[in-house]
Design a protein around this ligand. Structure first.
Ligand code: HAM
Length: 417
C-alpha cells in the first residue's frame, strides 16, 4: 500500500526541532509579558465573510489562497489565513472595549494559505502576532515595532532591517489612487497580467509587484507619501521621531504597501538579508477602519505578525540552539530496579527531567542508550551498592564519575538548573 504523507506545503514538527519551537515560543511569551500583552486564542475556522470583509475581496489572500469549505450545516467556513481579523471579531463579539482601552493582545498559532510552497513559504505556517485595539497614538505604532525587534534581538538575530511607510487614510488615499491610476494607464500594456487586473481592483498592490518589467515602470510612480493629508503626515512624522528617540533604525520604503486591505497610515516589515526570496520576518501596521468594516464601532488598531518558520530558519542558519536540559538517565542492574524507581520518583518530584528503561539490559547498553539520547548525566545503580546510601553519577561528556548522597545529588541538579 502507498504511504500516506503530509499534504503539500505542510510539515511535521519533530523532536529535536520541536524544542527549538518551544524555545522561540517561550521567548515570544516572555516578551509579551514584559510589554503587558495578554494571550488570545481564536478558532482555526471562521466564517468566510470575516476575511472577505476584513482582509478585502480583492486581495490575493481572499481571491486565491483561502481554504474555504461548506460545513454539513451549509455554512461557508475558512481556515484562518491570518490572525488580525479574528482578533478584531473577538474584540467586537465579547465587547472587550468594556474592559478598558487599549486592549493589548497576542497569539501564536497556525495559519493557512494556498500558496506555491517554497523555502520559507508553506500552506500551513505559524504566526506570532501582537495587536493593540483602541488606540490611535503614534507611540503605539512604535511600541508594536519595538516588540518585533525585541523578539528578534532576544533570540540572537541582529541582522535585520525595519522598512517603514505610510499609506494614508480613507481621506487622502482616494486622491492618491486616482493619481496612481493616471500614471499607470498609459503604461497598461507593459504591466504583467496580475498588475493589469490589480490596476482596476486594487491599484496600490501594483506598487510591490516583484515582476522586473513592472518594477522598472514603478520606479517613477507617485508615492503614497506625497499624497498624505496633514494628519497622516503628522502621524508619520511622530512615528519616525519616536523611533529615532528609541534608537530603532528604519528605512523609509515608499513602495511598501502590504498584501492586506485593512491597513491605514503606518505599514512596516522587518526583513532579513539572510532569508533569500521569502525575506519578510514579520509585517504589520495600523488598521483604523478594520473593526468598523466587520461590524464594530469605529476603533483604531495597530499590530504585526511574524512567521515562526522563517524566524526558526534564521535560528538554524546561525546555529542558535536552545539551552540543553539538565536531564538524568537512571541506569541500573536488575537487582536495583526498585531503588531505581524510587530515585526516578524523587528526581521528578524535584523537577529534574529523568527517565529509565523498563526492560532488563546490561549497564553498558543502558549507557549507550543514554548517550544516544543526549543525556549529559547518568546515575549508575549497581547491585553491590544496594545497601549503601550513596549513588554514582557519571558526566557523559567528561567521563568523570562522582559518588554522592541523595541530598548532594538533588543539590547538584538544583544548582545546574
Ligand atoms: P502577513 O505579512 O501576511 O501579515 O504575514 C505575517 C508574517 O507571516 C510574514 O511576515 C511571514 O513571516 C509569515 N508568513 C506569511 N505567509 C507565510 C507562508 N505562506 N509561509 C510561511 N510564513 C508566512 C499578516 O498576516 C497580518 N495579519 C499581520 C498583522 C497583524 N498586521 C496587523 N496586525
Amino acid at each position: 500500500m502507498s504511504k500516506i504523507t503530509t499534504p503539500r506545503g505542510t510539515q511535521d514538527i519533530l523532536p529535536p526541532e520541536s524544542e527549538l519551537w518551544q524555545y522561540l515560543e517561550n521567548i515570544i511569551r516572555n516578551v509579551a509579558t514584559d510589554f503587558c500583552f495578554k494571550e488570545i486564542r481564536t478558532p482555526i475556522i471562521e466564517h468566510s465573510e470575516l476575511f472577505q470583509r476584513g482582509v478585502g475581496t480583492e486581495t490575493d489572500i481572499v481571491t486565491k489562497e483561502m481554504y474555504t469549505f461548506e460545513d454539513k450545516g451549509g455554512r461557508l467556513l475558512t481556515l484562518r489565513p491570518e490572525g488580525t481579523a479574528p482578533v478584531a471579531r473577538a474584540f467586537i463579539q465579547h465587547n472587550l472595549e468594556g474592559s478598558g482601552l487599549p486592549q493589548k493582545l497576542y497569539y501564536i498559532g497556525p495559519m493557512f494559505r494556498y500558496e506555491r510552497p517554497q523555502a520559507g513559504r508553506y500552506r500551513q505556517h505559524h504566526q506570532f502576532g501582537f495587536e493593540v485595539l483602541g488606540g490611535k497614538e503614534p507611540g503605539l505604532d512604535v511600541e508594536i515595532i519595538n516588540i518585533a525587534i525585541t523578539i528578534f534581538k532576544r533570540i540572537g538575530v541582529s541582522q535585520f532591517k525595519v522598512l517603514l511607510n505610510s499609506i494614508g487614510c480613507s481621506r487622502c488615499r482616494p486622491s492618491y489612487l486616482e493619481n496612481l491610476k493616471s500614471y499607470l494607464r498609459p503604461l497598461f500594456p507593459q504591466l504583467c497580467s496580475d498588475c493589469q487586473r490589480r490596476m482596476e481592483t486594487n491599484p496600490m498592490r501594483v506598487l510591490d509587484c516583484k515582476n522586473p518589467g513592472c518594477q522598472s515602470i514603478l520606479e517613477r510612480a507617485p508615492s503614497p507619501l506625497s499624497w498624505l493629508c496633514g494628519e497622516c503626515q503628522e502621524h508619520f512624522q511622530q512615528v519616525q521621531n519616536l523611533l529615532k528617540k528609541m534608537n530603532i533604525p528604519f528605512e523609509i520604503t515608499p513602495r511598501l504597501v502590504r498584501g492586506l486591505d485593512y491597513y491605514t497610515r503606518t505599514v512596516f516589515e522587518v526583513i532579513s538579508p539572510e532569508l533569500g526570496a521569502q525575506n519578510s520576518l514579520c509585517g504589520g501596521g495600523r488598521y483604523d477602519n478594520l473593526i468598523e468594516a466587520i461590524g464594530g464601532s469605529p476603533t483604531p488598531g495597530v499590530g504585526f505578525a511574524g512567521g515562526m518558520e522563517r524566524t526558526l530558519l534564521i535560528l538554524k542558519l546561525k546555529g542558535i540552539r536552545p539551552p540543553s536540559q539538565m536531564g538524568v538517565f537512571v541506569a541500573y542492574q536488575e537487582e536495583a530496579f526498585e531503588k531505581a524507581l524510587d530515585i526516578l520518583r524523587q528526581l521528578r518530584e524535584n523537577g529534574i527531567p529523568s527517565e529509565m528503561l523498563f526492560e532488563p539490559k546490561s549497564l553498558s547498553s543502558q549507557l549507550k542508550i543514554a548517550n544516544r539520547k543526549g543525556f549529559p548525566f547518568v546515575l549508575i545503580l549497581k547491585a553491590e551498592e544496594l545497601g549503601s546510601e550513596t549513588l554514582t553519577l557519571k558526566n557523559m561528556e567528561s567521563g568523570e564519575q562522582r559518588t554522592l548522597s541523595y541530598s548532594q545529588l538533588l543539590a547538584t541538579f538544583k544548582e545546574k538548573a
